[in-house]
Design a protein around this ligand. Structure first.
Ligand code: SF4
Length: 195
């Protein structure tokens, strides 16, 4: 979790990365978030308290891993937050919106969708990485589910504005945002070198 991030949506945002993803998108820049054994189990109220401490954050961005695999917990978190403050919520998912509306979608997907302002959907496809802002590849759609961020939509897919923010923490350096195509390639290459 990080506060005050400006590289995963408009305005200052609190960002939560959920742990666990069943996909294996080639070129995934976040393979450490895929394991279901990693991460830290946290109490929803404790997460809500942490988010609410940051009164300067306009909203919450949830990325992964795959957020929809924890949809029920995220609904409870959003409800706890909105009981205190009007926060906008953006989610990045590897599912398409249509998949999330199918009967066999992950549990509570519809409930989570009903709480979101903006959904960035679809898996990362390395060959479609067009180096444009705020999403990884051109197949990923930016879907407004309320009108909260309508005026901000042109930021997504804009030219030449990929940025990452580096934060130092007790666990080392953490990067938040969508890296440029070149940096993404380098990260994947370095990882292969380590394997
Ligand atoms: S959906 Fe995201 S976290 Fe999962 S494999 Fe694809 S890029 Fe990685």
């Amino acid at each position: 979790m990080l506060a005050g991030i400006r590289t995963l949506g408009p305005f200052d945002r609190f960002v939560i990365w959920t742990q666990g993803c069943r996909r294996r998108c080639p070129g995934c820049i976040s393979p450490s978030s895929r394991s279901f054994d990693g991460g830290k189990v946290m109490d929803i109220d404790a997460v809500a308290r942490r988010v609410l401490r940051h009164g300067d954050c306009e909203g919450l961005t949830i990325s992964g891993g795959e957020p929809f695999l924890q949809a029920a917990g995220l609904c409870a978190l959003i409800d706890a937050l909105r009981a205190q403050r009007d926060l906008g919520v953006i989610v990045y998912t590897g599912y398409t919106l249509e998949e999330l509306q199918e009967p066999d979608a992950p549990y509570a997907s519809g409930s989570l969708l009903s709480r979101l302002d903006l959904l960035i959907d679809g898996p990362y496809i390395e060959a479609l990485n067009d180096d444009k802002s705020l999403r990884g590849s051109s197949n990923q759609r930016v879907i407004p589910l309320t009108d909260r961020y309508l005026s901000q939509l042109p930021l997504y897919g804009a030219d030449g504005d990929r940025r990452i923010e580096l934060r130092a923490g007790s666990d080392g350096i953490f990067a938040a945002g969508i890296p440029s195509k070149e940096i993404a390639k380098q990260l994947v290459k370095n990882r292969k070198g380590e394997e």
